[in-house]
Design a protein around this ligand. Structure first.
Ligand code: THU
Length: 142
């Protein structure tokens, strides 16, 4: 697993927290920000985007992935996720199952690192395979 430097982790946490400003969550009031680090060094921000019809809502993580993939960027090292009710960061916002599956599509589950944070001082890092054991991915279809 690629070792992320402390300053790199802190920068991703700052970026994810910054993305919460754009979170559009008038229904749940649960605001989420994400910062996705591509292997080429670019960082793609994402926020959750809700909808009055509820089901078209999109999570912050998938917003970040789809921004990157839509620009031809397909390889990633890490994602930082922060979120909370009314933007209060008092516990980790772990990715939903659908977002874990999207990560599985583009990332090596043993290498891809998921940083859950409540502040620059409080975070934990999980490899994707820990949050999605025995995940089904592109390799299953070869
Ligand atoms: N949400 C995310 O953005 N990411 C997750 O992984 C969990 C849930 C959003 C979706 C919805 O806008 C709100 O949080 C409450 O579920």
């Amino acid at each position: 697993m690629k070792k992320l430097e402390k300053n790199q982790i802190e920068a991703l946490i700052d970026q994810a927290i910054g993305m919460m400003d754009y979170s559009y969550a008038p229904y749940s009031h649960f605001h989420v920000g994400a910062a996705l680090l591509a292997k080429n060094g670019s960082v793609y921000g994402g926020c959750n985007i809700e909808n009055a019809a509820y089901t078209p809502s999109n999570c912050a993580e998938r917003t970040a992935f789809f921004k990157a993939v839509s620009e031809g960027v397909l390889e990633f090292d890490a994602i930082c996720i922060v979120g909370g009710m009314n933007k209060e960061l008092n516990k980790y916002a772990a990715p939903c199952g659908v977002c874990r599956q999207v990560m599985m599509e583009f990332c090596d589950p043993e290498e891809f690192q998921i940083i859950l944070a409540t502040s620059k001082k409080q975070y934990e890092i999980f490899p994707l395979n820990e949050l999605l054991p025995l995940g089904f991915g592109p390799d299953n279809l070869t």
